[in-house]
Design a protein around this ligand. Structure first.
Ligand code: SAM
Ligand code: ZN
Length: 283
């Protein structure tokens, strides 16, 4: 619920703290700016001139929700929850932010592992946040842009999750409290490799890990990480969903994709391969 994270939220116009009214319908700052809570429970804290162009569409979100609900990425959620429990061995006492949270699937797994924490699902897609608002009783959902100042108080987050989503190191540094950690999940070059070849999808670039680490390095210190690999057994519907829910949704011709999918065995065995890495906020 937004009430759980109200004390951490800030106004996108003037950066003052926001207060939720008694009915839970409107957030207001002392400067007179007001933000209505949508009936599905999320709130938009985008500045007026913001674009929502890179946020997931309703179709992409539906594909992602189905795919995740089937448990295909449960090994990633498990690894992330274990990393969170290691980062906060006392069960958490503050805010966990999921930046680019999508449907809130990973945030919910982490909050289950940290009974003392509350969660903020941040995303640019209202379609994703309609679901994230209901993903966990201790989570609230906020529309915002990862490339703009986040509507969160400086030093407010104990932990920040970033799973297959955009990130800005300087803003992550600002919202993390001293000693706070970023848990980052990125695909390795082996991720969905069988589908990349057969369906002509975008491949993960070999240099990605190095580039990500380089960009974060002025703000965050790497603590280590692990590669998580698992086998996915996908029917054609699942394979279509995994394409439709990711960046390929923007680039793939549907007819060509359907033809290529039809030529795959069913079920098709596909490699899931990600890196789960922890970083500590630099002082
Ligand atoms: C590949 S999805 C990952 C979602 C979720 N972390 C998961 O793995 O299920 C990327 C997410 O980033 C969001 N997104 C894209 N551009 C964004 C931006 N500029 N700011 C915040 N979120 C953004 C999309 O709406 C989408 O939910
Ligand atoms: Zn304001």
């Amino acid at each position: 619920m937004l009430r759980d994270i109200e004390r951490y939220l800030t106004c996108p116009h003037c950066a003052l703290g926001l207060v939720l009214d008694a009915a839970g319908r409107t957030l207001r700052c002392p400067g007179g700016h007001a933000f209505d809570v949508a009936k599905q429970g999320y709130v938009s804290l985008l500045p007026g001139d913001a674009h929502t162009g890179t946020g997931d569409t309703a179709e992409m979100v539906a594909a992602r929700a189905d795919f995740l609900a089937a448990g295909h990425y449960a090994p990633i959620a498990g690894a992330l929850a274990a990393a969170a429990a290691e980062a906060a061995p006392d069960g958490g006492d503050g805010l966990v932010v999921d930046l680019g949270a999508g449907t809130g699937y990973y945030l919910a797994a982490v909050l289950d592992a940290l009974p003392g924490a509350v969660g903020a699902a941040l995303d640019l897609s209202k379609f994703a946040l309609r679901r994230a608002a209901k993903a966990h009783p201790r989570a609230g959902a906020v529309v915002c842009d990862a490339w703009r100042p986040l509507p969160l108080a400086t030093g407010s987050a104990q932990l920040l999750l970033n799973v297959f989503a955009p990130r800005d190191g300087a803003e992550i540094h600002r919202v993390l409290r001293p000693g706070g950690q970023l848990l980052l999940v990125t695909p390795t070059t082996r991720h969905l490799g069988e589908l990349v070849g057969a369906l002509g999808l975008l491949a993960v670039d070999e240099e990605k890990d190095r580039r990500v680490a380089e960009k974060l390095s002025p703000h965050l210190e790497p603590l280590g990480g692990q590669q998580v690999e698992f086998a996915l057994r996908l029917d054609h519907r699942d394979a279509a969903a995994v394409v439709g829910m990711g960046p390929n949704a923007w680039h793939t011709d549907r007819a060509a994709l359907a033809a290529a999918l039809g030529a795959l065995p069913e079920p098709v065995t596909v490699t899931g391969s990600v890196r789960v890495a922890a970083y500590r906020r630099r002082d």
